[in-house]
Design a protein around this ligand. Sequence first.
Ligand code: A3P
Length: 318
Amino acid sequence: SSTIQEEYVLPPKDFVAALPVREGWSEPLVQYNNYWFRPRLLERILLVKQDFVPRADDIILATQPKCGTTWIKALAFTITNRSCYGFGDHPLLTRHPQHVVPFIEIPAAGLIHTDIHTLSSPRLLATHVPMSLLPPDTRSVGCRVVYLCRDPKDALVSRLHFENKAFQGTNLSMDSAFSMFCEGFSPYGPFWDHCLGYWRESVTRPDSVLFLKYEEIKSDPVNTVRKLAKFLGVPLTEEEERSGVAQEVVRLCSFEALTNLQVNQVGRVRLGDNIFMSNSVFYRKGEVGDWANHMSHEMGDKLDRIVQQKLEGSGLVF
Ligand code: A3P
């Protein structure tokens, strides 16, 4: 298709500057390999694709923004580090979940992890890149990937609020965000293609790719913790089951508990060399189905139909 680009050969800045651009969101997005990106981030992604050296014991948390990245970071961090920290003096009581798990493609995300190459193994990392742009070695060395997706209607509503809150001067309407999203034009979108890439991978390599939905964590968080622990190679022991460790993890990482902590109310998260976001912007309602308060049922039905058609035959349903 005409949207598929050649592999880049120029320095990333020049390459990205020559890509198709479209305006509409808080900043113009460029299209590369079917997906839409913020230009600066795409430069990083291209560099990472070339430079990132995956390790067999890496754990990669993959999401589209607004699908629950903050939540899955908190859960996976707590589960994999539970032998190091008690719940009474846990790092998440004083550090933002975005700080404790760095993004592969976003430099200096956090105060501590400045360079992911210097982190000791096993590394817990996050990414928003589509499966097709993950460095191919992540597959060959056998990194474990946890993908979290969400009902596209709720993801869109969350995205709209985030754009208007986090990016000064942006005042997008639901109608314009809706029509762009339905065309597949959204940051890291088309939304459905991002999900499908990881979904297919999870079907062919279920031991390496775990596919989760925000709604499923909401409806049975304790079971999700068990499932995650098992997938990540640190299953809950009988003793832990008896003492309610899964319930403790769920409580610590819950929307209510996190939003009550000062670290998640004030201060800023560093997401790039000169990019800061206020800590509170990663939390809004944390509910399933909030879309109905922001778009009409006709709009909801329309988006459902589009997504259904795009996912047809894949086995993935929302
Ligand atoms: P809403 O805008 O619908 O409230 P991300 O972390 O990928 O940017 O996603 C942000 C969304 O996840 C927001 O959704 C936010 O409120 C929600 N969220 C953040 N932390 C959460 C938690 N601990 N539990 C449930 N939802 C959470």
